[in-house]
Structure formats: C-alpha cells, structure tokens
Design a protein around this ligand. Sequence first.
Ligand code: DAH
Length: 377
Amino acid sequence: MQPTDLGLERPLAALGVTEPGQVPVRFAALRTHFEGQFQTVHAESEWKIFRDQWLGRKSGVLAQITDNWLKPASPELKRAVGAGLNELRAHVESKIEERRLAIESGSDQSALAREHVDLSLPGVHRPIGSHHLIRQVFQEIEDIFVSIGFSVVEGPEIETPYYNFEALNIPEFHPVRDDMDTFYLDLPKGAPSPLLLRTHTSPMQIRTMEKHKPPVRVIVPGKVYRRDNPDATHSFIFHQVEGLAVDSDITFCDFTGTIEYFVKQFFGHGVKTRFRPSYFPFTEPSVEFDVSCIFCGGAGTATSGGTCSKCKGAGWIELFGAGMVDPAVYGFVNYDAKKVSGFAFGMGIDRLAMLKYQIDDIQVLFQNDVRFLRQFP
Ligand code: DAH
C-alpha cells in the first residue's frame, strides 16, 4: 500500500509542522509503516515491488520526501528533515538489501514455510491400468512356446503382395485371395509395389526364412486386417499368432505333438485334440485343428440336457489352421526342399480368448469399455 496517509504529497507546512521538534514524529510514523510492509515481503516478485515503492527514483517514498518535504522546507526545518531523511534512507536501504540476500540464498524462513510440502497429505490417486485381455493371451501363448524353444518375432503390418501372397505360394489369380481381399494403401503413381495391410501373420514365415538358415523356430504375434463386416464373430482387425518350425528332420509327429502340447497347456489337460484335412496353399498336407468342446466337455449336450450351443452338438470346436510347410515355399527363400522339413500354424487370438474366457462377442475386445476390461485385471 502506498503510504498516502503519511502526508507525502504535501509540504510539511501544510501538515502543520512548523518546528524542528515536530519532524521526528513524522519520520517515526514512516518507519513504522515501513516495518509493517517489510514483514509481508518474502517472494522475489514482492520484493521488487516493495523496493520500487520505497526507493523508486521518481515516486518512491524517499523521492517524495525529498521533493515534497525537504525542498520546500523552511530554513529552520531543513536540517531536521535532512537528518530524518538520511536516517530513514540508511535504514530502508539496508533492510531491503538484507531481504534480497535472504531471498537469494533461500534462507528466508517464512518463504520456506509457505512453500512447505506436507508429505503426510494424501496424494492424487491415479489408478494403474492393466494389460488388455488380448495382450494377456498373447503373453500366455508366448510363454508356452518359449518354454519349448521357440523365439518371438514381430513383423510389419503393412506388407507387399509378394510377402502376403506370392511367396506363400498364392499366385495372383488363386481363389484363396478372395477370402483375403483386403485394404490396399493409396500410393503415389510410380510406387515400386502396391502395399496392403497384411491379412495374416504368415508373411513373417517368409521374412524369417529369408534372414535365417534352418533350424528356425519362431512364433509371430500381431495384428491382421481383412475387409469384413463387424458382427459377433467378425472384425476387420484381429490378432494372430503364427508359428513356424523348420529343420533337417521335422516330422508330422513333431508337428501334431507340439500342437497338442500347446492346446493342453492353454486349455487344460482335460481337453482332447484332433485334426482334419484342410487346404492352405503354403502347407502340404494342411490340417485344421479342433479341440474337444470346452463347454460341454466334448459330449455335445449342454448341462440342461439340450444340444450344446457352442459346438452345436459336435463335441468339437475348430481352433486353427496348420500343416507341413509346402516345399514350394522353400523355393522362395532359397532353402533346399530336399534337405529341410517343417510345420507352420496360424491361430486367431481373439477366437482363442473368446473360447477360453467365454466371451460371446468379439466386438467387446475392441470397444475398450472399462467394465469389460476390469474383469481381466
Ligand atoms: N494364414 C492362415 C489364415 O490366416 C492361417 C494359417 C493356416 C497359417 C495354416 C499357417 C498355416 O501358418 O500353416 O487363414
């Protein structure tokens, strides 16, 4: 507060001060005022304002005293006013300097006290999220395969038709491409190759074999894309884990044994597996693996007595496609088809998660509704 009530704008005569003896009271009032303000100055920004208020050249308190009290003072008063002013100036300057040092060195206790952090107060609680169910299932599957010697690799979600189709023995006009009709990227004219969102994780079979000589044992978790209308069992984006094992002496027996081991680890030892002939251009022979229905125990009848709605009475649920790697594929990666053999599989993770955790709508996996997510902490 500017000390206007101290009569700084008027000459002393106008304040009724005519004798030197009346002067010290005036200065005493100013000093009291100074002390009162001084108590409240702690932060550097406050200090600057305070310093200018008192020492400012044009309108600081001391400048006003000089201009309004000292200069117009009668000769009798001048000496007393001069002495009071000098004394006040010395006091004000030394106090202001003292506070500056205290602020700079951080030793101003009242400032410290105001900035004091109370560690006993409760903090802001930010709940920690959890892994999405799909990520958890990826992890379960990775753990099972890593424990039997597979490594985990990942690949690009944007692929060339060569890796997504041709090198997997799916030439341009092959009818299986119809099911994999998918999203192509808009590319500038003259781009070297069309690009598409991969329709499966199988391209990583090729990329892995191009880079590594046999033996190869990898699994490839990842996202895949297909043009599909969303419903309870379809989504245009979903997840797969690809598997590939190639060595000099891998047999069909190794293949079914590995798959059976995985399925039992994943669904529990009580389940049975079976395979049926199927067709994929990149495996020969190709199979489809089934697991005994985990809802009715393979009986085909529900506990209520009717037909099991999950396996539709069959007692089996289709799990995923697999097979022995087609020798034609080895030709694309410079492997000697006469010397190596191996197997491959590709499973839909969303489907496995839905079976294992009894989820009947694939869409909930993508909606990120916390009421769903919280069920899988
Ligand atoms: N890529 C196939 C698909 O998405 C799944 C698949 C089948 C992968 C057989 C394989 C395999 O590696 O051997 O439909």
